[in-house]
Design a binder for this molecule. Structure first.
Ligand SMILES: [Zn+2]
Length: 106
């Protein structure tokens, strides 16, 4: 995992690089997440360095939280797939929107 960490504490945005999101989600959830992000189904709530929350409208709304816990990305979503521990399409969509919104620090 690549982690850009200028201050020593990676932010959520640092932890959702494309490679990581693809690996966590798998191709199917990643593709679905990309579609949800592209079609504007992600409504960001909080957008902080250590917590990003969103409501993702996928037939019904699902509440997603992505957190940076040290160098680890943790995630929750209210859908059934995430209840089984999966990084679901809603988590992927939120991660993709987080990356797009984040200022490029380079
Ligand atoms: Zn979900």
């Amino acid at each position: 995992m690549r982690v850009r960490s200028p201050t020593g504490m990676p932010s959520v945005a640092d932890l959702v690089d494309e490679e990581t999101v693809r690996r966590l989600a798998g191709p199917e959830a990643h593709a679905r997440g990309t579609t949800l992000a592209d079609e504007g189904h992600v409504r960001i709530g909080e957008f902080g360095p250590l917590l990003v929350s969103a409501s993702v409208d996928d037939e019904r709304p699902h509440d997603v939280e992505l957190r940076a816990a040290g160098a680890t990305l943790t995630y929750t979503c209210t859908c059934d797939e995430a209840a089984g521990g999966a990084f679901c399409a809603h988590c992927a969509a939120t991660a993709i929107v987080t990356r797009r919104r984040s200022p490029n620090r380079a």
